[in-house]
Design a protein around this ligand. Structure first.
Ligand code: UD1
Ligand code: CA
Length: 458
């Protein structure tokens, strides 16, 4: 039986109190809807997932236009059942339909795969979970034989029903032919005057269709996000789960509660990560590396035996083996750092190639530059790469020594083995192996008197 996937994402998310549609709010750096779509795609459905969109739909579609999905508009948001009805023309009668919610982003594709495997082909399958505090959620009502008889929304629940801790996750698996028969019969005679998808249970019982339920390993997996508190709770759950997976692979996290991945981290063996490190985009860290506290790594590839010291921001860079970076270094996109390079404090590097064994230790800016091997850049050196209109390149040959507080006005080339005297403003190429300097001569004036403060009142 082929699988169709329907994702509900048309709601406004009133409880978020935000002008951004709820499904575009971010969890771990990615929109809620993107999490759900990516999980759905991992199931390998024969046709793209069908996303029901509505409230501020154009923004939702535009923001997520890179996703391989079919968009179906629900012009008016009349409830979860009404939302699924919009997909009926796209659901082949012989398919099974997995229904997911755009605001339930933490469920894993593993859980969904098991759910699909364990649910008999002609049954109505539900994912339920036991929540210690089920506030706001639909409750699963069972009879004495433990059979599911109803899902009741909190607004309509009696006190006894509200005490039930088993909740409806909103994730269902149901043959398309049942949806075709049942959804047109939905009524909105309830507290919210909405067409509830939860009424599927009622129709299954009426038609003798068996109802099976399954629970995820951890109930948090199916937590829905309706307000900013639930969003923050979901973020912490996501981060804990991610951190635990890394630790199982052998990564040492000094405090998994102070570690955030907003993207994807791949690590080698014996990686140590200190507190308050933020990983964004795709980051790869090799073997035997240490990343010290308060560092942001965004789209970075780090080779083996690298130490990133405290308070660095490294973005769009490749760092080869045995480098020591920081503390307080900022490396910006399209920078490649060769092996055994040392980049010290208060150094900014942008769009540059730094070859092996080179040292840029204290305070400076290296932009649009190519530095050779074993170059030593003195404290306070600045490449003046921008002339007010265009960017220009600085090229520094192997073994060059740039004295402190030098300005290299690009375009400029410093030859191999050249030495630049401290405090120079270099505007022309400096030849290899020579000392080049450009600064006023030092003079001393004898008998010179420093001005004295006047005693006369103005
Ligand atoms: C729903 C369930 C509740 C369950 C909870 C799980 C119903 C009636 N209630 O309640 O039993 O415990 O989810 O999180 O189904 N949506 C549309 N179009 C609409 C209405 C909603 O696409 O017309 C989408 C929303 O964007 C959202 C999802 O459906 O992604 C759920 O809607 P929401 O209003 O959040 O339902 P809950 O009150 O959370
Ligand atoms: Ca919800």
């Amino acid at each position: 039986m082929s699988l169709s996937i329907v994702i509900l994402a048309a709601g406004q998310g009133k409880r978020m109190n935000s002008s951004l549609p709820k499904v575009l709010h971010c969890l771990a750096g990615k929109s809620l809807l993107e999490h759900v779509v990516q999980n759905a795609l991992q199931l390998g459905p024969a046709t793209p997932p069908l996303v029901i969109y509505g409230h501020q739909g154009e923004i939702v579609r535009k923001t997520l236009s890179h996703l391989a999905v079919t968009w179906i508009e629900q012009p008016q948001q009349l409830g979860t059942g009404h939302a699924v009805s919009q997909a009926l023309p796209h659901l082949p009668e012989s398919n099974r339909v997995l229904i997911l919610y755009g605001d339930v982003p933490l469920v894993t594709s593993n859980t969904l795969e098991q759910f699909i495997q364990n649910t008999p082909a002609d049954a109505l399958g539900l994912i339920t979970a036991h929540f210690p505090r089920p506030n706001g959620l639909g409750r699963i009502v069972r009879d004495k034989q433990n059979k599911i008889v109803r899902i009741v929304e909190e607004k309509e629940a009696t006190a006894t029903e509200r005490a039930i801790q088993e909740i409806n996750s909103g994730i269902y698996l149901v043959p398309a032919r049942y949806l075709n028969q049942w959804l047109p019969q939905l009524k909105n005679t309830n507290a919210q005057q909405e067409f509830y998808l939860t009424d599927l249970v009622h129709f299954a019982i009426e038609n003798g269709v068996s109802i099976v339920s399954q629970q995820p390993a951890e109930h948090e997996e199916v937590a829905g996000i309706n307000d900013c508190i639930q969003l923050a709770t979901a973020e912490r759950f996501y981060q804990r789960r991610y951190a635990e997976n890394l630790m199982r692979q052998g990564v040492t996290l000094y405090d998994p509660n102070r570690f955030d991945v907003r993207g994807e981290l791949t690590t080698g063996r014996d990686v140590i990560i200190d507190v308050n490190v933020i990983i964004e985009g795709r980051v790869i860290i090799g073997n035997h590396c240490i990343v010290r506290s308060n560092t942001v790594l965004r789209n970075v590839v780090i080779a083996d035996h690298v130490e990133i010291k405290e308070n660095c921001v490294i973005d769009g860079a490749e760092i080869a083996e045995h480098c020591v970076i920081g503390p307080f270094a900022r490396i910006r996109p399209t920078t490649a750092v060769g092996s055994d390079v040392q980049i010290g404090n208060f150094i900014e590097i942008k769009n540059s190639i730094i070859d092996s064994h080179t040292k840029v230790h204290h305070v400076g800016y290296i932009g649009d530059s190519e530095l050779g091997k074993r170059v030593n850049i003195g404290a306070g050196t600045i490449t003046c790469n921008f002339d007010g209109a265009n960017k220009h390149k600085t090229i520094i040959g192997d073994d060059a020594f740039i004295g402190s507080n030098t300005e290299l006005v690009a375009p400029v080339t410093i030859g191999e083995g050249a030495t630049i005297g401290a405090g120079s403003t270099i505007t022309r190429n400096a030849p290899a192996q020579q000392l080049t300097l450009c600064r006023a001569q030092q003079r001393s004036i004898a008998n010179w008197q420093r001005k004295k403060k006047s005693t006369q009142e103005l």
